[in-house]
Design a protein around this ligand. Structure first.
Ligand SMILES: CC(C)(COP(=O)(O)OP(=O)(O)OC[C@H]1O[C@@H](n2cnc3c(N)ncnc32)[C@H](O)[C@@H]1OP(=O)(O)O)[C@@H](O)C(=O)NCCC(=O)NCCS
Length: 166
């Protein structure tokens, strides 16, 4: 994408509202099952993203997380979630039909800027195994392994990463 197109993409990022949660949930499930399928078994993906659960975003809202999404022609093509209080990037998902077109890069730059604007010194995240290289390209370093147990009891063992923002 050109610099102009990237700028236009960032201009379409909005803070999510409850009406947006069902579409965000569909995107999450599609993105997890199609873009993470090389890193996880079918059973792990089923436990993680098998069932619709838009209320996960309502729970995020009540925890004070900032939830942003990016639209293109009225379709949500990516979302990202920040927990500013705990200096953490909680989620970043791109619709599989738009993957590899710098949408994730644009969302990451936007989320990093939000974190800097809130005067955070570091940003941490738990990366799915498939996205570790992506985050390394954006300056995050591995710090360890985390534990994440899915709905069916399978574990995803995400990679803990941090980036210095100063
Ligand atoms: C990881 C993810 C956010 C990347 O978004 P994207 O829009 O597909 O990526 P971009 O087009 O912005 O990628 C930019 C660059 O990173 C590379 N890249 C993207 N995904 C990558 C991956 N999984 N591993 C290595 N490199 C990757 C691209 O090839 C591209 O490289 P280039 O500049 O040399 O062409 C997206 O693939 C996704 O939503 N994955 C599933 C959910 C997930 O794992 N989320 C993150 C963990 S919570």
């Amino acid at each position: 994408m050109s610099a102009k197109e990237n700028k236009e993409l960032k201009a379409m990022i909005r803070q999510a509202k409850p009406d947006d949660y069902p579409e965000m949930d569909e995107l999450f499930r599609l993105s997890a099952t199609r873009l993470c399928c090389n890193a996880y078994t079918e059973e792990q993906l089923e436990g993680w993203a098998g069932c619709p659960r838009p209320e996960r975003f309502m729970e995020n809202q009540s925890k004070g997380y900032q939830q942003y999404f990016l639209t293109l022609e009225n379709q949500i093509i990516a979302f990202g979630i920040l927990d500013i209080a705990n200096s953490k990037l909680m989620a970043l998902f791109v619709h599989p039909d738009f993957s590899g077109r710098k949408v994730g890069e644009n969302m990451t730059q936007f989320l990093l800027q939000q974190a800097k604007d809130k005067n955070l010194n570091v940003l941490a995240l738990d990366s799915s195994l498939n996205a570790v290289k992506f985050y390394k390209r954006h300056g995050f370093s591995e710090t360890g392994r985390s534990v994440f147990t899915t709905q069916n009891g399978t574990s995803l063992a995400p990679v803990q990463m941090t980036k210095n923002l100063r």
